[in-house]
Ligand binder design. Structure first.
Ligand code: AKB
Length: 323
């Protein structure tokens, strides 16, 4: 029987992944954990407060729950990491090594999200191959490359069934993003409804790789259910869905919110992070090895985002107040 422990369950990916795991398996087979107390993020499955930096607490929780798999989502994203690189290094690296160590001891399968941020200016931009130069210039990227290497190490040395995905920017209406460079896309949707205008922190022509959250969640579940013998990469697989610029996203949003206005006031830090990443990932190995396929392109994603946002009473109220 599967027993899946999720770390970072209250975060952007964790929120939706936990609900999808509960829908696919059974609530009793999932344990949602986060550094925040579960009173602040109640879930439809058992939930506990857990700090992955506390190795003894992590070990005890995995043992008590009888976890067979750990989905390790607790991490600091790119822009937040630049504000406090030492904290980002500590959380992203020490949390991961603890998870891999406990997975080795308890024979758990592990999912670890990597990112397009694991690449840097020396990587071919369009597309970035599966195996290529990885010399990121951000602390977040450094922790992603080191994290990929740790997954390879624990797989080779201790036989840990580690699996990972290099996510592009993720877009969702369900949970807010937390300190990433690609967050402008989600902000633009919200601002279009609440204010009818948005000032973008990236240049109009910054083309970035993006994915709608339902595709990302399905990718995690499919990768984790794939036969171990099908996978040649234990660090992380490139996956991709769509590429667009802020100007192109604004045009798509205008089709739903006539008169939506966009201005640009690039933030030097986040612009330099965006410029250092490839604009598209080559995901052919994920497609060949475990059958990855994306479903959402830009128009489908935008239509579904507005459907989801319009169904949120708080946002609808803010939208009527602000316009
Ligand atoms: C970020 O912008 O930091 C993340 C990522 C691309 O990993 N969304």
């Amino acid at each position: 029987m599967k027993r899946i422990l999720v770390t970072g369950a209250a975060g952007q990916i964790g929120t939706e992944l936990t609900s999808s795991l509960v829908a696919r398996y059974r609530a009793g087979e999932i344990l949602a954990t986060d550094i925040r107390h579960p009173a602040d993020w109640a879930r439809d499955c058992p939930a506990e407060q857990l700090d992955c930096l506390d190795l003894d607490a992590l070990r005890a929780t995995v043992k008590r729950f009888g976890a067979t798999a750990i989905h390790h989502l607790a991490a600091i994203l790119s822009a937040t990491a630049e504000a406090d690189p030492v904290r980002a290094y500590r959380i992203n690296m020490n949390g991961l090594v603890n998870v891999l160590q406990v997975a080795a001891e308890r024979r758990c399968r592990v999912f670890v999200p990597s990112s397009i941020a694991a690449f840097g200016p020396g990587t071919p931009r369009d597309p970035a191959p599966q195996s290529t130069v990885q010399r990121p210039t951000t602390m977040y990227g450094v922790t992603k490359v080191a994290g990929e290497l740790l997954c390879d190490y624990y797989h080779g040395r201790f036989g840990v069934d580690a699996r990972g995905l290099r996510f592009p920017g993720l877009i969702s209406y369900a949970a807010p993003p937390g300190g990433g460079t690609t967050d402008y896309a989600v902000e633009m949707f919200h601002a279009s409804l609440c204010e009818g205008r948005y000032t973008c922190f990236l240049r109009a022509d910054t083309r970035m790789d993006m994915m709608y959250m339902p595709d990302a969640i399905r990718a995690v579940i499919e990768l984790m259910e794939a036969s171990p013998t099908a996978l040649t990469h234990r660090n992380a697989f490139n996956i991709t869905a769509m590429q667009f610029t802020p100007a192109e996203l604004a045009a798509e949003i205008r089709a739903h919110v006539p008169g939506f206005r966009i201005d640009y006031d690039p933030d030097p830090l986040r612009q330099s992070i965006a410029d250092s990443w490839p604009s598209r990932l080559d995901d052919s190995e994920a497609r060949e090895q475990w059958g990855w396929r994306h479903e959402y392109g830009l128009p489908d994603m935008a239509a579904d985002m507005f459907r989801g946002l319009h169904a949120q009473p708080a946002l609808t109220a803010a939208a009527s107040a602000g316009r």
